[in-house]
Design a protein around this ligand. Structure first.
Ligand code: ADP
Ligand code: MG
Length: 333
């Protein structure tokens, strides 16, 4: 503690809060919450995979967002990064800035966090708790084999794949913001995609067993995130618009091959927050990719091909290049 979260002696101290809401047994850490640092022993022959993701009120979520779902999403977005590395999640730290001590909020938030942590065997081994504008930052630690999934492994001729479906989270956000009006069923489905992403950890692990996969998680939109693979691998890509796995609520908005709705097209190509995996694999490994997807219980769709020429082109059903202005989300653009 550098500065007390609260000076009021009637209120629970920062240490009480940590003890009550964020201290759980950590059997797989040498030392967990409570000392100046946690101590971890990585399995022999494994690499430590480390990633941080921060959620900021007013930017990534509304300040009145459901705290249980926020606890889930704070961890889910980090698990998604490990999924994209093909890493096994092990530990996490949680740095929180809280505007006030609201025990009801903290209780729901920590339940959302730990419910997901328990599903993936993640132990919370430390963090920081301070007063300030609501801000949630997780650092996650996982283990990989020596050859994890990386962004720089794509080669010309590889197939491009996407797990699950795309655009649902962005369509849910558009609904919340009044840009479109969804029926109750579609709204519920899309808002679930937005608020309760399912990290594709098992798929990432299954893909890591294949010989040469490049992967990224789709957090900022397909074109932007695939763009990172292309850049790191120094290749290009052709995407077949009609092969993209649109979220069911988007499908009626995408007549035939050429979307006539700007919103639907934006959600599909540039919608953030889906947390699916986009990955490439040599064409001959398609059966192995399908087998990995079966293992993980996730659908996968082949959406295009890596090319030697470095641009990213989206093609309609006749193979004609679509004019694309969509780009993914960029905080500073
Ligand atoms: P320091 O003053 O050394 O930064 P803190 O008072 O911030 O220590 O934290 C005390 C202990 O509680 C440390 O082990 C820290 O990792 C842990 N901790 C603090 N905040 C959280 C949190 N939100 N979740 C889990 N552990 C936390
Ligand atoms: Mg601290």
């Amino acid at each position: 503690m550098k500065t007390a979260l609260l000076a009021d002696p009637a209120m629970p101290s920062e240490f009480d809060l940590i003890q009550q809401f964020f201290t759980r047994p950590t059997p797989s850490a040498v030392l967990g919450v409570g000392d100046d640092a946690a101590l971890l022993l990585v399995s022999a022959g494994k690499l430590l995979a480390v990633s941080s993701d921060m959620l900021v009120a007013g930017r990534h979520f509304l300040p009145d967002a459901d705290p249980y779902l926020l606890g889930h999403k704070t961890l889910a977005v980090n698990l998604s990064d490990l999924a994209a590395m093909g890493a096994t999640p092990r530990w996490a730290t949680l740095a929180l800035a809280l505007p006030a001590v609201d025990e009801t909020w903290l209780s729901a938030f920590s339940r959302g966090f730990f419910d997901l942590a328990d599903r993936f065997g993640v132990e919370l081994i430390g963090g920081d708790t301070t007063a300030g504008p609501l801000n949630l930052c997780v650092t996650i630690f996982g283990e990989t084999d020596v050859r994890p999934l990386r962004r720089d492994a794509a080669q010309p001729g590889d197939d491009i794949w996407v797990s699950g479906d795309l655009g649902g989270a962005a369509l849910g956000l558009a609904h919340l913001q009044g840009e479109t009006v969804l029926n109750d069923n579609d709204a519920a489905a899309c808002l679930a995609r937005l608020h309760r992403p399912e990290p594709r950890v098992v798929l990432g692990l299954a893909l890591a067993a294949l010989p040469r996969i490049a992967a990224i998680d789709v957090s900022d939109g397909l074109l932007a995130d695939l763009g990172h693979i292309l850049e790191r691998s120094a290749v290009g890509a052709e995407i077949a618009m009609a092969s993209l796995p649109a979220h069911p609520a988007l499908q009626p908005m995408l007549p035939e091959s050429l979307p006539d709705s700007d919103l639907a097209r934006r959600c599909l190509l540039a919608g953030g927050d889906d947390y699916e995996l986009c990955f490439t694999a040599p064409a001959q490994d398609a059966p192995a990719v399908h087998a990995a997807a079966m293992t993980a219980g996730v659908a996968v769709s082949r959406v295009g091909r890596i090319t030697l020429s470095p641009e990213l082109r989206v093609l309609d059903q006749k193979g004609v290049q679509l004019p694309i202005k969509e780009r993914g989300f960029d905080h500073f653009a």
